[in-house]
Design a protein around this ligand. Structure first.
Ligand SMILES: Nc1ncnc2c1ncn2[C@@H]1O[C@H](COP(=O)(O)OP(=O)(O)OP(=O)(O)O)[C@@H](O)[C@H]1O
Ligand SMILES: [Mg+2]
Length: 229
């Protein structure tokens, strides 16, 4: 996957701005499909089931990447779960018009709430969402609890792929804490916004917890509009 970039020109579209759902022929949708294919090749032995998506800074495109990649994966028949582990600025539920009444923070306290907390996306077969849940004052503490590992393992036993949205890794410890517990990490870098130092710092933060960085997705690339692609 490394070296493959995805970029697209955002167009505000119908259902909650998810290009992979709204426009199967858009170049961006094709880009998410090739990211999916690259991950499949990478994961030939199927050992990578839980993936954290993070980035150095805010607004790099983490949530957009998680949501579109998940749609793309679910379309191949895989049972996909999105987990919103950005407890500070949770946004996944807004993309799928879901309520965020019960979610991750709740099942971290009580695993029995899992059936209530996971919501199936009506429009997309095989795609479910675990929203962030009850708002906590101490996200880092909540995420560093022992329960995170057991919850991730439980989710992996139910779903083929668990994709986890997180806050910026260069600014907060939350993402690194979860990255340590999953099979792989995708680092999103925004072209022209993340500089070399913040990208390096993010990589170091992930290295410190021995995270398995699978590759980089480059977003927000500006390029001349081609007539053909
Ligand atoms: N590949 C892309 N190309 C161009 N724009 C993008 C791309 N991905 C996301 N964006 C835009 O960047 C903005 C931020 O996206 P998004 O909310 O996904 O970022 P984020 O990293 O999750 O932000 P936060 O740190 O606040 O959670 C949105 O306006 C989104 O439409
Ligand atoms: Mg986000």
């Amino acid at each position: 996957m490394a070296g493959r970039n995805i970029s697209y020109k955002i167009e505000t579209k119908a259902i909650n701005n998810l290009v992979s759902y709204n426009d199967s022929k858009a170049p961006a949708t094709e880009a998410y499909r090739s990211l999916r294919t690259n991950l499949n090749y990478y994961n030939i032995d199927k050992s990578i089931k839980s993936i954290v998506v993070t980035s150095p800074s805010s607004s790099d495109g983490k949530t957009t990447t998680v949501c579109n990649l998940s749609v793309s994966m679910a379309q191949t028949g895989k049972k996909v779960l999105i987990v919103d582990a950005d407890l500070r600025r949770p946004r996944v539920h807004t993309h799928f018009d879901l309520s965020n009444d019960v979610g991750l923070t709740d099942i971290l306290m009580n695993e029995k709430l899992i059936d209530k907390a996971i919501k199936q996306v009506e429009e997309i077969n095989n795609l479910s969402v675990l929203t962030s849940g009850w708002k906590t004052q101490n996200p880092a503490e909540v995420l560093s609890s022992q329960n995170v590992k057991s919850v991730i393992n439980m989710l992996k036993s139910i779903y083929d792929i668990v994709l986890i949205d997180t806050p910026p890794v260069a600014q907060l410890t939350d993402a690194a804490v979860i990255a340590a517990e999953v099979d792989g990490v995708i680092l999103v870098l925004a072209s022209g916004e993340d500089n070399y130092n913040s990208a390096r710092y993010a990589k170091q933060a992930l290295k410190k917890v021995e995270a398995n960085v699978l590759g980089v997705v480059l977003t927000k690339i500006r390029h001349p509009v081609s007539r053909y692609y």
